[in-house]
Write a protein that binds this ligand. Structure first.
Ligand SMILES: Cc1ncc(COP(=O)(O)O)c(C=O)c1O
Length: 460
């Protein structure tokens, strides 16, 4: 009998469909199976250890062995393993979490609603935006603008807001009433004769043009990540949000800050909104909210939005939204403990103290023949690989040069993520300076091997 016939890999191929995976290739190559984690590292089923340079999916902020989170989950699971929020009921720990979030919010927020993922928080925001505009007697004001390369999730509406073609193709998305404005990536989309500030002005002008073309009375909201993550780690150009926000205010357009990646220290302040001086009407969070030990997402809304929900639910008899697991006590307990740890250990201070070393360890690769741009803030960065540094010509997507580089890094014990030919870095916030150096050394090796490979294979 074939000893692999019943292996975990064979069973995975037999039974499991993976997201963000070429399913045909997966049938041949099988999975990478992870068995355990400790600190910033995870270990595969062959015992090989990797630095998790992406915190999983930008989320394992406290690494993979935080006992306090395990204890928080066990304690709550013994106390009240489940309860819901329908009909005014609630687990007590969910009240504690809501109070904590509202008190730490970067802008004047009034209430929290819960869901289980970032995608659901985005969908919920859209529902509330539509409900709000009906409540205030503006039923025509329903269109929503997000940005090309923005990432807001994978459910029908959140994938529609996500500005990446592979989330739309053949899923019959985006749905109507969703539009995408310019991507604020200066290196890729700035004109040769344009300064960063001029590029930001052009992005703002293009947004306002879209609003005017559609009719301001039809535009309900604008969604933005403070730093765009899955679009390739795109840091906003200087003065971008300074120019965008007055346009939204002028046309009475709600601003939703998607803090799903940026929230809780990632950009060097507690919130991306603080790093970029944003004043949103709603804030969505997930991922580092619970250090991703359990699924939970939270959408914070300001009082203007909340008051409309109150009046509309009074009129309709109830607020017709809710979920079985929204505000789940065990997830809420883990999230609350996570937020306590951030405060007690001054995680934001730690990020500030190591950010420069992290960013400069990657900036040191700027002279590498393959590296077009190194960009980042706090503890999130992207390194964009190009064919020609002078005119920024990329490699054709089919060669997957970024994918090759990420695979080499993985071979050497570092997990990073290729988004096209941009390599993303988003290590756990607890990473040490020594671990940053180790990560950079492995990445350097992977880059050199990628260079040898492109020289050999000469992709066009
Ligand atoms: C900025 C942002 N928003 C929303 C989401 C969707 O979150 P989830 O994967 O939990 O649905 C993500 C996921 O990566 C994200 O990066």
């Amino acid at each position: 009998m074939n000893p692999l016939a019943n292996s975990a890999a064979t069973r995975d191929i037999a039974y499991h469909v993976h997201g963000y995976t070429n399913l045909k290739v997966h049938q041949e190559n099988g999975p990478m199976i992870l068995e355990s984690g400790s600190g910033i590292r995870v270990v595969d089923d062959g015992g090989k250890s990797y630095i998790e340079g992406m915190s999983g999916l930008w989320c394992s902020s406290l690494g993979f062995s935080e006992e306090r989170l395990v204890e928080a989950a066990i304690t709550e699971m013994r106390r009240l393993p489940y309860y819901h929020g329908f009909g005014g009921k609630t687990p007590s720990v969910t009240i504690d979490l809501s109070e904590k979030l509202i008190n730490m919010a970067p802008a004047a927020m009034s209430k929290v609603l819960y869901a289980n993922s970032g995608s659901e928080a985005t969908d919920l925001a859209v529902k509330l935006i539509w409900y709000y505009h009906n409540a205030i007697g503006k039923p025509e004001k329903k269109k929503i603008i997000s940005r090309i390369k923005g990432y807001h999730g994978v459910t029908v509406c959140s994938a529609s807001l996500t500005g990446l073609p592979h989330l739309h193709n053949d899923f019959d998305l985006p749905i109507d009433r969703i539009m995408h404005t310019s991507c604020p990536h200066y290196y890729r989309f700035g004109h040769n004769d344009e300064t960063e500030e001029e590029f930001a002005s052009r992005c703002a002008d293009e947004l306002e043009q879209m609003i005017n073309d559609e009719g301001p009375d039809t535009i309900a909201a604008f969604f933005a990540e403070p730093v765009m993550g899955a679009g390739g780690v795109i840091v906003p150009p200087k003065t971008y949000f300074e120019k965008i926000q007055p346009i939204l205010k002028k046309h009475d357009i709600l601003f939703v800050a998607d803090e799903v990646i940026c929230g809780f220290g990632r950009t060097g302040k507690m919130w991306g909104c603080q790093t970029y001086d944003l004043d949103p009407d709603m804030i969505s969070t997930a991922k580092a909210l619970s250090a991703s030990y359990l699924p939970i997402s939270a959408l914070m809304i300001n009082d203007k939005v909340y008051q409309a929900l109150v009046s509309q639910s009074e009129k309709l008899g109830l607020f017709g939204h809710g979920g079985t697991y929204a505000g789940h006590p065990v997830s809420a307990a883990v999230a609350l403990e996570t937020l306590n740890i951030y405060e007690e250990r001054n995680i934001v201070g730690h990020v500030q103290s190591i950010s420069e070393g992290f960013l400069s360890s990657l900036a040191d690769f700027s002279d590498h023949p393959l590296v077009g741009e190194v960009r980042g803030v706090g503890l999130v960065a992207g390194v964009e690989l190009v064919k020609n540094k002078d005119d920024k010509t990329p490699y054709a997507a089919k060669f997957m040069v970024g994918g090759y580089c990420a695979a080499r890094a993985q071979e050497h014990g570092l997990i990073v993520r290729a988004m096209g030919d941009s390599i993303g870095f988003c290590p756990p916030l607890i990473i040490s300076p020594e671990e940053i150096n180790e990560m950079a050394a492995i990445f350097g090796k992977a880059l050199d091997e990628t260079l040898s490979w492109v020289k050999e294979t000469n992709p066009e």
